[in-house]
Design a protein around this ligand. Structure first.
Ligand SMILES: Cc1cc2nc3c(=O)[nH]c(=O)nc-3n(C[C@H](O)[C@H](O)[C@H](O)COP(=O)(O)OP(=O)(O)OC[C@H]3O[C@@H](n4cnc5c(N)ncnc54)[C@H](O)[C@@H]3O)c2cc1C
Length: 463
């Protein structure tokens, strides 16, 4: 569906409605909102608007609906599948000035926020009250973008993804009406679950402005364990047993030798360069952690662990998580001039080792350069495929590897995206994954956004 360009008269209308300072057609602002952190082609919007309140969002969407303009919500732009790229131009709504904490209800373990707040800033505020918001994608993501993509991260294995931690949303619908979805209760059997439908819909069904988030108490004690293995296969085999024996890791991350080497080189670290599992446990006291560790130690040794390191201090632990989160950036910095296609698939954990093996074969077969890591405890694999963006053949090579890994993941009961969303990059796979359900998804989209103005070109192919 083609959408018209925003006219100069309507830019003036937006300036009058939202305030001149909060509307821009400047080239640098259009460029900044033309690309995310993915390898996908940039595309400029016609105008960027920084709403200050829900009413501003409703006014912009109402105008877009009247004129048929595309309107794409934007938070930090750290997506990895082109999710916020305004491929049909129009209006980008940048939420970063709607970033207030509205209310913290300590006793309920809940917080109300505007969606432009970065989750790290939120956690810095919550720490002093012994609380935290668990989803942890690593980048400087905002709550609105995490809701858009149903982001997860290193703690999802224990605490769930963003969808599991959102209790209520204020949402501007495609005609400008403001809805309140969900409640403050932590469970409900009432009505169709529009709240959960909105989370992960990449701004294609409605635009979130405020959220009530479910928090957790900061654990009294932590234990971090770093374990190396003779092969990546052995490391992966240890994952399923760690979960199956009820050891409840709060994080269970995989890195292959090549990723550890990239981190060492970029971050001046001296981690042992071997396939590695990186585990964390949360518990009430040290003796409980000690019992947990004895069991974990046994499982890791059964799977040929070479070295099991524990007793990592607070500062070192923070540094380890920091460098783990920055793995993608380390790879990019170490390979200037290269683009990175980041594979993101997820399978049942019993099939994790097999998927990693098949992926390694695909990388070798195609002669690609692949760096493997992932949220192994969730069955989620990432492969950073570095290539020369000016070389069409090289781009085709990494796309073939991506396709092979995604198709294997679907064949064993997995999904084409564990956490990065469909965006542009996963559009070719959703028909295969969802079959007849795709038509029902199209009907939902048509019912909620009949003019197709919300983040067009994403999530559903051929709309
Ligand atoms: C180094 C690095 C590491 C990463 N690691 C992880 C990881 O471990 N786990 C993970 O899940 N992701 C990860 N990501 C991807 C990314 O950080 C997440 O997808 C994150 O949720 C994007 O948030 P954002 O604020 O940047 O949103 P954006 O990229 O700005 O937007 C994301 C999507 O949400 C939509 N959106 C934005 N605002 C709203 C709104 N108000 N209402 C409705 N929809 C909206 C956008 O249109 C877009 O479709 C990583 C990215 C990088 C660069």
């Amino acid at each position: 569906m083609a959408h018209p360009s925003v006219t100069p008269e309507d830019v003036d209308l937006l300036k009058t409605a939202i305030g001149e300072r909060h509307v821009s057609t400047g080239t640098s602002n259009l460029d900044l909102h033309s690309k995310d952190e993915s390898y996908h082609e940039p595309h400029r919007p016609d105008v960027v608007v920084w709403p200050q309140k829900t009413e501003d969002v409703a006014a912009v969407v109402k105008l877009a609906s009247d004129r048929g303009y595309a309107v794409t919500p934007w938070c930090a732009g750290t997506s990895l599948e082109g999710n916020p790229i305004p491929v049909e131009g129009g209006i980008v709504l940048d939420f970063r000035e709607m970033n207030r904490i509205l209310e913290i209800r300590e006793k309920d373990l809940q917080v109300d926020v505007e969606v432009g707040i970065q989750y790290r800033d939120l956690n810095n505020q919550l720490r002093h009250r012994g609380l935290f918001f668990p989803p942890d994608p690593g980048a400087w993501a905002c709550i609105g973008g995490m809701i858009g993509n149903n982001a997860s991260g290193v703690r999802t294995v224990a605490y769930g993804a963003t969808r599991d931690c959102v209790l209520a949303l204020e949402v501007v619908m495609a005609d400008g009406e403001v809805l309140h979805l969900g409640s403050r209760a932590i469970k409900s059997s009432s009505g169709y679950d529009l709240l959960r439908l909105m989370v992960g819909s990449e701004g294609t069904l409605g635009i979130a402005t405020r959220a009530t988030l479910r928090l957790r108490g900061l654990p009294p004690e932590y234990l971090t364990v770093v374990s190396t293995f003779p092969s990546i296969h052995d490391a992966c085999e240890a994952v399923s047993d760690t979960i199956r024996y009820g050891l409840n890791p709060a994080a269970l991350e995989l890195m292959d030798r090549a990723v550890v080497a990239e981190i060492n080189r970029d971050q001046k670290m001296s981690l042992e360069e071997a396939p590695m599992l990186f585990l964390e446990f949360h518990n009430v006291n040290e003796s409980a952690l000690e019992s947990q560790f004895e069991l974990v130690d046994g499982v890791l040794r059964e799977h040929k662990a070479i070295k099991i390191e524990r007793g990592i201090g607070t500062d070192e632990r923070a540094r380890l998580w920091e460098v783990r989160h920055a793995a993608l950036e380390s790879i990019k910095r170490n390979h200037p001039g290269k683009a990175v296609l980041l594979v993101d698939t997820c399978v049942p954990i019993s099939r994790y080792a097999e998927m990693v093996d098949r992926a390694n074969e695909a990388v070798a077969r195609e002669g690609a350069i692949g760096f493997f890591w992932g949220h192994a405890g969730d069955g989620n694999l990432h492969i950073g495929l570095a290539y020369d963006p000016k070389d069409t053949a090289a781009k085709e090579v990494v796309q073939r590897v991506n396709r092979a890994v995604v198709e294997h993941s679907l064949a064993v009961g997995g999904t084409c995206t564990g956490e990065h969303g469909v965006g542009i990059g996963k559009l070719p796979f959703v028909a295969q994954e969802h079959g007849a359900a795709l038509e029902y998804m199209r009907r939902i989209k048509k019912a909620l956004d009949p003019k197709g103005i919300l983040n067009p070109g994403k999530m559903l192919p051929d709309l």
